[in-house]
Design a protein around this ligand. Structure first.
Ligand code: B12
Length: 222
């Protein structure tokens, strides 16, 4: 069992999606995360074992390498795609409630802002960290975040902003959420955002990269 989990982890870490994918060249013609995850389930490996012992550690390695600037956005995107191709096989088990996830995480790019590359990376890394992610997309208003929280009051919230002009909307959204759900934890990020701004607007956590968010969330899991 360990062997197949190690192989899935390798595929995710190095962005090998499936057998047909030519990337990375060193793994050409080998099975990818897609085929291996399917086979592992057929062989009776539990979905949460695949998540916890292959996807989560692989994505943590990816996140740490990205934080250390040993890899860049394209490699991270390939890793996230490989993770998604494995997740596709696991999702039916999570959705049926047969296998539990760590909690829920609502994420969106704030109103007026259409940048979503960073937000998508954060979303995928958190999903890879074992959380259920509700991705509201881009240009998300306070009302939309509140509506998502109404249905998932225990969820953590992530806000992304890439424009100095939309950072102002981030502030409004944090205030609206805190007013209605004072105990909810809000994580913020995006190129112009800083720890100082996080403190100023009353958000709970800032990270310049996705792995920081994944690590922050760990403390809330028993
Ligand atoms: C790609 C891009 C675009 C694309 C967006 C495509 C897309 N689907 O996202 C397009 C062409 C659409 C675009 C449009 C515009 N853009 Co633009 N764009 C960029 C660019 C080149 C890269 C952004 C990016 O994706 N970076 C890569 C990702 C991975 O990094 P990231 O988003 O910062 O995310 C990382 C972290 O910040 C963090 N993170 C992000 N979100 C979150 C959330 C949480 C919770 C956490 C914990 C962490 C976290 O994790 C990520 C991974 O490390 C930047 C320049 C730059 N170098 O940043 C300009 C830039 C952001 N854009 C800019 C501008 C001005 C615009 C436009 C207004 C241009 C125009 N006149 O139309 C429009 C605005 C449209 C709108 N309303 O949003 C300016 C902003 C200036 C400013 N200070 O406000 C920049 C800085 C370019 C510049 N130097 O002038 N843009």
């Amino acid at each position: 069992m360990n062997e197949i989990l190690n192989r899935i982890a390798q595929c995710v870490e190095f962005g090998k999606i499936n057998k047909a994918s030519p990337y990375p060249p060193s793994m050409k013609d080998q099975d990818g995360a897609d085929e291996l995850a399917k086979r592992a389930l057929e062989e009776g490996v539990k979905p949460d074992e695949i998540l916890e012992n292959a996807l989560v550690p692989a994505m943590a390695n990816v996140g740490n390498k990205f934080s250390r600037k040993e890899i860049y956005v394209p490699q991270m995107l390939m890793a996230a795609k490989a993770m998604n191709s494995a997740m596709m096989h696991l999702k039916p088990y999570f959705l049926s409630g047969e296998t539990k996830r760590k909690g829920k995480f609502i994420i969106g790019t704030v109103s007026g802002d259409l940048h979503d590359i960073g937000k998508n990376l954060v979303s995928m890394m958190i999903e890879g960290g074992g959380w259920e992610v509700i991705d509201l997309g881009v240009d998300v208003s306070a009302e939309k975040f509140l509506k998502a929280l109404d249905g998932n009051p225990d969820a953590f919230v992530g806000l992304s902003a890439l424009l100095t002009t939309t950072m102002e909307n981030m502030k409004k959204i944090v205030s609206a959420i805190k007013e209605k759900y004072s105990s909810s934890k809000i994580l913020i990020g995006g190129a112009p955002v800083t720890m100082e701004y996080c403190q100023k607007i009353g958000a709970d956590f800032y990270s310049p990269d996705p792995q920081g968010a994944v690590n922050y969330l760990k403390q809330f899991v028993s």
